[in-house]
Design a protein around this ligand. Structure first.
Ligand SMILES: NC(=O)c1ccc[n+]([C@@H]2O[C@H](COP(=O)([O-])OP(=O)(O)OC[C@H]3O[C@@H](n4cnc5c(N)ncnc54)[C@H](O)[C@@H]3O)[C@@H](O)[C@H]2O)c1
Length: 252
């Protein structure tokens, strides 16, 4: 049975792989046997993260660039197929979650940038990747529990971008099913990452106290779900949005 969780011989892309959930997901996919193309706009952090994984024997390609640029997704997919000869797994992880003003104030720059990175880029990556994928391939979108329930004010741009990503997940599962490509999403709760390092300790404690599992999430918690959804073990799981939040969404 454990063989069904292995990814030997598979080739994966992880966007936003230089830090946080993406870096740990890249490591987890490599440990499961996949060759991994790590993509990020932060070149220095990317080279360091790639070097760390190579040192443990993994097959790693580092691709630097802004995934929200018009040519970024196509260049990433072509570089991956050029280096490894195929593409089986896409993890759309790169995302931003800038805090915005509370409505009725709006900051259109924040809204447009968030939509570009968190919604348009994954959609472009899905389109480019699906052209190269063969039956048995899998796409995992990293959404957020914020798509189901905002955790506070000033989040309309992020909540709506991730809610649309959930909808893209389901629609893409319908479109790509006949090609043998599965599409699912992971919806993390609050996770300790570089991106959330500014969150005050008091708020972390507050969230941990309201979470049935009694703690904040770690990148490994999300990486495990990503590996499962990408693996043959999830071969009949399709079009799903899996909440990985220690239970806080259902606890209220
Ligand atoms: N950390 C959380 O609490 C949390 C909760 C729910 C959802 N998420 C989602 O998980 C994903 C990862 O979050 P994280 O906390 O690990 O983030 P992070 O900020 O710690 O790391 C994100 C990485 O993505 C890269 N990146 C950002 N924009 C990019 C772009 N346009 N092109 C290329 N690379 C880009 C960054 O350089 C960075 O290396 C995001 O989609 C986020 O919305 C995070």
């Amino acid at each position: 049975m454990t063989e069904r969780f292995r990814l030997d011989g598979r080739v994966a892309i992880v966007t936003g792989a230089a830090a946080g959930i993406g870096r740990v997901a890249a490591r987890a996919l490599a440990e499961a046997g996949a060759a991994v193309a790590m993509a990020d706009r932060d070149g220095e952090a990317l080279q360091q993260a790639a070097a760390d994984l190579r040192a443990s024997g993994a097959s790693i390609l580092a691709v630097e660039g802004d995934i929200a640029s018009a040519s970024g997704p196509e260049e990433l997919v072509e570089a991956t197929v050029g280096a490894f000869g195929r593409l089986d797994i896409l993890v759309n992880n790169a995302g931003i979650y800038p805090h915005g003003p509370r409505l009725p104030e709006v900051d259109w720059e924040i809204i447009e940038r968030t939509y570009a990175v968190d919604l348009m880029a994954p959609l472009r990556c899905i389109s480019e990747a699906a052209r190269r994928m063969t039956p048995g391939s899998a796409i995992v979108n990293v959404s957020s529990m914020e798509s189901l329930r905002p955790s506070g004010p000033g989040n309309a741009h992020y909540s709506s971008a991730k809610a649309a990503l959930n909808a893209v997940t389901r629609a893409a599962a319908v479109d790509l099913g006949p090609l043998g490509v599965r599409v699912n999403a992971v919806l993390p709760g609050l996770i300790h990452t570089e991106g959330t390092s500014h969150v005050p300790e008091a708020f972390l404690q507050h969230v941990a106290g309201r979470t049935p599992c009694g703690r904040i999430g770690e990148p490994d918690d999300i990486a495990s779900a990503i590996v499962f959804l990408a693996s043959p073990a999830a071969t009949y799981v399709n079009g799903q949005c899996l909440v990985v939040d220690g239970g806080i969404t259902i606890a209220g």
